[in-house]
Structures are given as structure tokens and as C-alpha cells.
Design a binder for this molecule. Structure first.
Ligand SMILES: [Fe+2]
Ligand SMILES: [Fe+2]
Length: 177
């Protein structure tokens, strides 16, 4: 097999980052679930599944372009939080970091004149804008209502009810889907 391009190496690293994000969101969901906060728990369980599907889309792209896929291990997520705001703040930080990683991938794809990769990343660039915006709204609500958790639950029930099984027609195909 020829030496992998920098893009392929970085996309494999990003697969690990997306799986790590999945694990982190499961840890956040479990924290809320144990506190009997079903809306917050449900929101983070759904976010976790999205992260898994991002990893699987990247794996699919690597497979479809004949690149090597290295199924990664991931670092343990942070569990144990001292209040309901902390997991949300951590999530926003994580989404901001992922946005930078995706932008860096796009820059690498462009440097290598890897146009299919550049096009593949467009969906992720748009997705990150949305995820950072969603998490930053939720953080504002959580900070404002940290002592009235029912209000955070109400906000999520209204704004992010879930269960609509949003299908995004423009989303890249995931491996195994
Ligand atoms: Fe992601
Ligand atoms: Fe995300």
C-alpha cells in the first residue's frame, strides 16, 4: 500500500476524535440520566449518535476512496461533573475544537488538491456551524437557569424534542448504513 497522504492520516485521526466525542456525550447523557433529567439526557444521547455517524461517514469516505482505515481506540471521556452547566460547557468547547479540526482537514485537502475530500468536508463545515450554535444556545440557557433545572428541561422539550428522526438528504453516506 502506498504511503498515506497527510489528509488520510488526519481523517483517520478525526475518526478517533468523533468516536471520542461519542463517548464524551454518552458520559454527559449518563450524568443527566442519573439525575432524572430526561430531556438533557435524551439530547446528549442523540448528540452521541450523531458523533458516531460522523465517524462512520468518514470511514465510508476512506473506504470509497481506497484509503486505509485504522479503527482507533479512544481516550476515556470525562465523567463526574459538579453541576448541570459543566457538561454543556464541555460540549461547547468540544464542538469548537472539532470545528477547528474540520477546517484544518479542509485546508489539508486543498493543499493536496484533493478535491473529492474538499467537497466531502463541506457538509461537516456546515454541520459544525449548527452544532456550535446549538450548544452555545443551550449553554446560555443552562447558565441562566442553573438553579431552575426544570426550565432547561422545558427549553429542550420545546426546542429540541427529538424523535423527528431528522434525515439530512445532503449528508454523506455512513459505513454500514
Ligand atoms: Fe462530529
Ligand atoms: Fe458534534
Amino acid at each position: 500500500m502506498p504511503a498515506a497522504s497527510t489528509f488520510v492520516r488526519k481523517l483517520n485521526e478525526q475518526v478517533a476524535n468523533e468516536f471520542a466525542a461519542h463517548q464524551q456525550y454518552v458520559a454527559c447523557a449518563v450524568y443527566f440520566d442519573a439525575k432524572a433529567l430526561p430531556q438533557l439526557a435524551g439530547f446528549f444521547y442523540r448528540q452521541a449518535l450523531e458523533e458516531r455517524s460522523h465517524a462512520m461517514m468518514m470511514i465510508r469516505f476512506l473506504l470509497d476512496t481506497g484509503a486505509e482505515v485504522t479503527t482507533p481506540g479512544v481516550e476515556a471521556p470525562r465523567a463526574g461533573f459538579c453541576d448541570v452547566v459543566e457538561p454543556v460547557a464541555l460540549a461547547l468547547e468540544q464542538e469548537r475544537r472539532v470545528s477547528e479540526q474540520i477546517n484544518e482537514l479542509a485546508a489539508t485537502a486543498r493543499d493536496e488538491r484533493n478535491y473529492p475530500a474538499e467537497q466531502f468536508l463541506q457538509w461537516f463545515i456546515a454541520e459544525q456551524i449548527e452544532e456550535v450554535a446549538t450548544m452555545s444556545d443551550l449553554l446560555q440557557v443552562a447558565e441562566r437557569s442553573r438553579d431552575h433545572v426544570a426550565e432547561i428541561e422545558g427549553f429542550l422539550a420545546r426546542e429540541h424534542p427529538g424523535g423527528d428522526g431528522e434525515t439530512d438528504a445532503g449528508a454523506p453516506k455512513a459505513a454500514g448504513a
